[in-house]
Design a binder for this molecule. Sequence first.
Ligand code: ZN
Length: 687
Amino acid sequence: MISAMAIRGSRTLVGAALVLAALLLGAACRSGEQAAASKPATPAARPSILLVTLDTTRADAIGPDAGGIETPAFNALAARATRFRQAYASVPETLPSHVTMLTGVFPATHTVHENARPIPATTEVAAERLRKAGYRTAAFVSSFILARQFGLARGFDAYDDALPQGSVERAARETTDAAIAYLSRPATQPLFLWVHYFDPHYPYTPPEPYRSRFPGKPYLGEVAAMDAQLGRLVAAFEQGVTGPAAIIVVGDHGEGLGDHGEALHGNLAYQSTMHVPLLVVGPGVTPCVNDTPVSTRRVFHTLVDWAGAPEPLSLRHPVTEVVVGEAMKPFLEYGWQPQVMAVSGRHKSILAGRVEIYDVVADPAETRDLAADDRTRPAVPTALRDYPVPSPAASRLPENLDEHARKALASLGYVSATAAAEVRKGAPRPADMVRVFDAIEKASGLFVAGQYAAAIPLLEKILAADPFNLDAALRLATAHSALGRDAKALEMFKRAAEISPTSPDVRTYLALHLARTSQWEQAVPMLEKVLADSPDRVPALEAFARLKERLLRMEEAVALRQRVYALRSPTAAELTELGELQMGLGQTGPAIDAFERSKALAPDRFGDDFELGLLYLDARRYADARDALDRVGPTHPEYPMALFKRAQVSVLLNEPDRAARIQRARQHADATTRQLIERERLFQGMR
Ligand SMILES: [Zn+2]
């Protein structure tokens, strides 16, 4: 492969030869060349735009320079694109990286440093801008991480996040089929179409023929399979839209694949995960390769610029800047050193406790740390030291995230701690902790799945490697507590309290533990304090509700449960329990509401028609009472009572068979209902 450096040296070639070289090989962009059309697009000339984001795609795994893989669809685009060979993600994690691309600002501004964190309502996303500018907007995403609930659906007329039943991801073929179906709809407005492919994300399971074509390299097989779908999508897009068309293809982050000891992504800030593919095709874009470092946040500015609002940060314009990025998960989740990077020219600096510097052009594998030698050390950009460090407490997983979402995130390998990490001097550097990455990911998955016995040895390993890891200590304590090992649990809670004497998480989880033991009454004042400090703490509210039930403070228990269910969706079983508690308190209307919601959620499992019948009768909803009581079968323990109540309803509804119903209630009466039937005024004179 002839490098761009070699081509750059051949400027003496005549123009025609240069164009040919550009088409065949991707010549270096001359200054300002990718910005041949620097005027703002007029409304008539505004292109329809296809944005394709490639999840988990390393820069060296796709395109003309990739080794060990052919990606013809990407390469065909590259031949007519400005291809950025030094493009960087802002965060090596899916949601934050996409939020940066679609808002144009860095995580310090949009505040999404990790998956599953909310995008502030005041932060504008590209789709909102383009819709306001008269675009149709549609998105097709392929992972639960980008599901509508996580906030990127804003501004899209259509947001297709449908996943196959029971799955947390969708294959590129299916996502492409859905996008192509959308493209066949007739329309006159320009279109902004975002398609997200997730295939190269772990686990690597390429479809045939790619599985066989890449023996032992299933990751590359996934990239190749995705590339084929990219080709279908681009062809359908260019045929499907009227008027000019523009295309951006960009990676959200790479994959470690063992580089620097990292298998997946998110914990380190090396090229394997920060360096991503990026190309731009569109009106006035010259085919060339650009080696200036760029941040993928400029995707936003490019979209807005194409839509008619001139943006100096559009990728159509040459901009020289220090490109920054972060990998804060180890800091936010385990309290390790905050980790940021800055790329200036060919030099990349990483700050995590100390500074490393690499020449990423000559040494893309980052094997020679130039910071080690004072005499030759390149200057470190001030942007590195000035990078704002977020707060672990502010980046907690939202309390209202439901169990399904927590489990889905864990199944995708996304760790989230039970506790806000303790920020500490002398904390480990993430790069020095690679030996426990695997244990952390596995332990988190097992813990969230409730497999505590299997999680314990892994958590012990983590705590041995990182003795001040609050999350590991608290999870160990909680795992022992769940297994009924109270002494072990208390020992670990003590350890957690030593790590973080002021942590509200330690107090919360200790209270939750005590609430499960014979000393549960000690938990009452502790939970009161926790909830005074953070009233929306769902696990504390749940535990407090259970304690109030044990104390027979039923009204308070019901009120607490209602607060919980306002913060997260209740299950059908929980709604049934709530309905029973409310029924016991004589809260007829709310009890009916709870039972009806339970029944709507799981009609096949609903077993409280008897209770519902009584409540309807109480609320004088006789027809509803009739239907509910008719569903109570002869095996129900309250069947005699159901027949008695049904006879009452029959009289109240003046049914023709009311006398027969009273007779039937008599025949099946037990000691209780026999007396009730004899005394029932409604039945008098009905013999
Ligand atoms: Zn991703």
